[in-house]
Design a binder for this molecule. Sequence first.
Ligand code: HEC
Length: 244
Amino acid sequence: MDSFEWNKIAGWVLAAAIAVLGLTIVTGMIYKPAHLAKPGYVVEGVEAETAAAGPAVVEKPIEAYLASASVEKGEAIFKKCAACHTIGKGEPAGIGPNLYGVLGGPHAHMQGFGYSDAMAATHGKTWDWDAINQWLTSPKAYIPGNKMAFAGLSKGEDRAAVAAYINSKSDKPLAIPAVPAEAAAAPAAAAAPAGTPTSAQPAPSAGKAPDVPVADLSNNAKQPESNVGGPAASAVTGTSKTEK
Ligand code: HEC
């Protein structure tokens, strides 16, 4: 073969490669690979653990959810519990104890039920809102060694709803607590210290206050570099100077 022949072969190979590449690009444009919004399988209980590991752990106290908890929603959630628990008055235990009147009662409240040693040892404690909230967040963490095979409910809202439902099944239901002052005031309190020193500044920045780090605001107000040390602080004051 002479060199011309070789060139022809090389030309065809190159052309084929370009054609394949072109096709790949075009099909890629037509058929977008779909990414699943949720994992294709759900493992019951794993949810609670991943949620606990994530940053979403910043939860309000149970009282904040109880105020608006829906007993109907709690009844629906209780289906998860009903595999092991009865809740009607005088009903026999299942795998777990009957839960009628458990709220306000002692831990291991049902006479004659074969509690684990770990659970029985907590008999002196009362099932108040806080206790049931901790228990339903993670039974394993609240009473290590207990035998309730349930990972927990990751959402405060769900725990409050199911607790409110359980509470409704009682001769003497607990009062739904008022939202504690700290919980209600938390966002306002965070805004207040940021807002006050800036009273000299125009209103719009005060409105945005909760989003802006406090250190940043006080830098703007007076002391150029007292609060935060290091290069970040001087960068902040630097920008605020150029802006004004
Ligand atoms: C797989 C079965 C199972 C499931 C599901 C289950 N539990 Fe339990 N539960 C138990 C067992 C068993 C115990 C007793 C634990 C022990 O003795 O260590 C228990 C104990 C309890 C107690 C303490 C009772 C007492 O007398 O002090 C409460 C409250 C409770 N469960 C609520 C719930 C709620 C609410 C749900 C659903 C969100 C639920 N459980 C789901 C098996 C279960």
